[in-house]
Design a protein around this ligand. Structure first.
Ligand code: GLY
Length: 345
């Protein structure tokens, strides 16, 4: 495949001191404009420092989640409530075959879910892995963060904890009841005309609050027909999700095995710390993974969204059809993948 040069510099080809200068000069020039627009240029995927609050999520199905998150933020002022209840929208969507209990089952015919939540102030995190029968794994992850001294619970222990916390569930120990429930959900999904290529993979949702604090969450049923017990990137802090209240946040969607081996969202946040724009940071992380894998990117199936403390946002993905949703007080949009024509090697 021909290499198509992106229209901006990346961390690897831009001199560090110049990068810092450009970045700081840009922030200096734009930072004074308190109500800067924050639009991403569709060609480059680069946004200016933007409005707060700002919500960014993966895939077009992230848009209704963002819209809900914004409403919750306006009602409660809580960035954690916004993340949790925004993600509820996707987890509850019977048409979605890769998030929540409507997700594609594993090789044993059981839906096992992964989810993570992070809260910038105090650098808090909670996650659940391979959890069964819980309608909102993001809430289980939040409870792990808020109600235990742990960060991650997995499998049956995670399910028991979620039940103890009173979270909504479906029976998993009665195969008959579970199958009945599953049949109903599948029938509901089939009736929908919206089932299609867009209906896949993880919701990662990031929130920058009006006060400058950050939170994020992600939720997925993971790889369809995966080995029972297989855990992807989503519940792993720094892989599927990372939030650093000083810098920004990043979330992932795609093939977990290609994300978790590189702690990709941690890497993206660290690249933003060095001054890269969120889109540049996502691009640079993909480029680094592609180089290490000696692959052009097409078959890596890794996609990222990111936002920084200044209210800039961005994304990049190796899936040409990857898109992401951005929501502010003034608008809510689905944007194209800024890397759609980039070969990463
Ligand atoms: N990114 C979701 C997974 O690989 O499980």
């Amino acid at each position: 495949m021909d290499y198509v040069r992106p229209r901006y510099r990346t961390g690897s080809n831009m001199n560090m001191s110049r990068r810092k200068f450009v970045s700081h000069a840009t922030i200096g020039l734009l930072g004074g404009a308190a109500v800067s627009r924050g639009h991403a240029d569709d060609a480059t995927g680069k946004s200016e420092p933007g409005q707060k609050p700002l919500i960014v999520s993966t895939w077009p199905f992230g848009k209704p989640a963002n819209d809900r998150a914004l409403r919750i933020l306006q009602q409660t002022g809580s960035i954690l409530d916004a993340v949790e209840q925004g993600i509820w929208v996707t987890e509850s969507d019977a048409k979605n075959s890769s998030v929540g209990l409507s997700g594609t089952p594993n090789a044993a015919g059981v839906v096992q879910l992964d989810s993570c939540i992070m809260y910038g102030p105090g650098h808090k995190a909670g996650s659940v892995a391979a959890i069964e029968g819980i309608v909102h794994p993001i809430s289980a992850a939040r409870r792990v963060m808020e109600k235990t001294r742990n960060v991650m619970l997995a499998g049956e222990g995670a399910r028991m904890f979620a039940l103890e916390q009173g979270l909504e569930s479906v029976p998993v120990h009665s195969r008959r009841l579970y199958r009945e429930w599953e049949r109903r959900r599948m029938a509901e999904r089939k009736r929908s005309s919206k089932v299609g290529k867009q209906n896949h993979d993880t919701i990662s949702l990031l929130v920058l609050g009006a006060d400058g604090n950050l939170a994020g969450g992600c939720s997925t049923s993971g790889l369809g027909h995966k080995l029972p017990g297989r855990v992807g990137d989503s519940p792993i802090v720094g892989s599927g999700l990372y939030v650093d209240n000083e810098v920004g946040a990043a979330g992932a969607t795609g093939l977990g095995e290609n994300i978790m081996r590189y702690c990709a969202t941690f890497l993206i946040v660290e690249l933003m710390r060095q001054g890269l724009h969120p889109t540049e940071a996502c691009m640079a992380a993909i480029r680094r993974i592609a180089r290490a894998e000696n692959r052009s990117g097409d078959d890596l199936a890794i996609n990222f969204v990111a936002l920084d403390k200044q209210g800039r946002y961005g994304a990049a993905g190796t899936n040409k059809g990857f898109r992401y949703a951005v929501t502010t007080l003034s608008e809510s949009r689905v944007l194209p993948n800024p890397a759609a024509s980039v070969a990463f090697r």
